[in-house]
Structures are given as structure tokens and as C-alpha cells.
Ligand binder design. Structure first.
Ligand SMILES: [Zn+2]
Ligand SMILES: [Zn+2]
Length: 185
């Protein structure tokens, strides 16, 4: 086999061109990846530009630096986390407040001593306390009697009389629904 320097040179040239194209493609895709990733993690435009710059300028070491410094949670995770925290806080706060007058009531009270609003009901079968919204006792699976009627009478207690202007009505309904459907802490 005869060694041909010109074909060897062209082989090297092709190899270099191929490697160059590969590295350029890698560089571009890393920038694109960092752009997509930082968009999910930061709202601040400066942080976004800096992240992309670090990757664009430093290339592979830049990606390592970016991976170390990027916000650990995505905005979506952050949002879910704050929702969970809010729900938890709300459950803790509202579970001990009377839906009628807002005073503190104990967990095991069935009626508010201040405004006489019903806060819990008892199961006719086993006597356990139940949330007003529950249609079934979770301890003995007995359906709550007159569940619909009871919920309606609670509505009547909390809604203003028919003659009054109903400006506050939707808010009150929301609050009532919230109070009724909150899980027990
Ligand atoms: Zn009350
Ligand atoms: Zn029961």
C-alpha cells in the first residue's frame, strides 16, 4: 500500500471539517438547551441572558457552571409548591374558624357558641364528628341523613335576606364553599 500524502491531507481536512461542524452543532444545541431550560426556571431577563452568555462563551465548562448555578426548581415546581403551602396554611387557619362569625372554634365542636352556626355534624350510626359537606360517614360508611337539606339550611343562615342587595353574594358563596370543602387538618 502506497502512502499518499495528498489523500492523507484531504482525509485530515474532512475529519477536521466534520469535527468542526459537530462541535458547532453541539455548541448551538447547548445554547438552545440552556435557553429553554432557563426559560422554565427564571423570569428575570438578566438571569436568562447571563445564563445563555455563560454557555455561549464558555461552552462545555459553561454548561457545568450553568448546571451548578441554575435555580434548582422550575417555575412550574415553584408554583405547585406555593399552591400546596397555601392550601396547607388555609386548612390550618380555617379549620379552627367559625364559617359564620370567624371566631375560633374547637375541632370537636358541632356548633359555634357565638353565632350558633353549625360547624360539624354527628354520624347517627357511630356518633363520630363529620364535616357538614360530607354525605357519608368515613368511619362507618352510613350515608348522612338530610345531607342536602342541612347544606341548604347552612346556606340560608349565611346568605343575606332576599331583599338586600346581593353585591357581596359571590364572595360569600365562595367562602362558604371553601369552608365546606376544606379537608380536615
Ligand atoms: Zn360563629
Ligand atoms: Zn358513622
Amino acid at each position: 500500500m502506497r502512502f499518499d500524502p495528498s489523500s492523507w491531507n484531504s482525509f485530515l481536512l474532512i475529519l477536521t471539517a466534520w469535527a468542526g461542524a459537530f462541535i458547532a452543532a453541539l455548541w448551538l444545541s447547548l445554547i438552545f438547551w440552556a435557553y429553554r431550560d432557563i426559560r422554565q426556571r427564571a423570569r428575570d431577563p438578566l438571569a436568562r441572558i447571563l445564563s445563555i452568555l455563560v454557555v455561549a462563551v464558555l461552552f462545555l465548562p459553561g454548561i457545568v457552571i450553568y448546571l451548578i448555578l441554575r435555580p434548582p426548581r422550575t417555575l412550574e415546581d415553584e408554583y405547585q409548591h406555593s399552591l400546596e403551602e397555601e392550601a396547607l396554611l388555609q386548612a390550618i387557619e380555617d379549620s379552627s374558624l367559625c364559617p359564620g362569625c370567624g371566631r375560633r372554634v374547637r375541632e370537636n365542636w358541632v356548633v359555634c357558641p357565638n353565632c350558633h352556626t353549625r360547624t360539624k355534624k354527628t354520624c347517627p350510626q357511630c356518633g363520630h364528628l363529620m364535616e357538614l359537606a360530607w354525605s357519608l360517614c368515613p368511619y362507618c360508611a352510613t350515608p348522612a341523613p338530610g345531607m342536602h337539606r342541612e347544606a341548604q339550611s347552612l346556606d340560608e343562615v349565611l346568605t343575606p335576606a332576599a331583599g338586600e342587595p346581593a353585591a357581596e353574594q359571590p364572595l360569600q358563596d365562595d367562602e362558604l364553599a371553601l369552608a365546606k370543602h376544606l379537608p380536615e387538618a
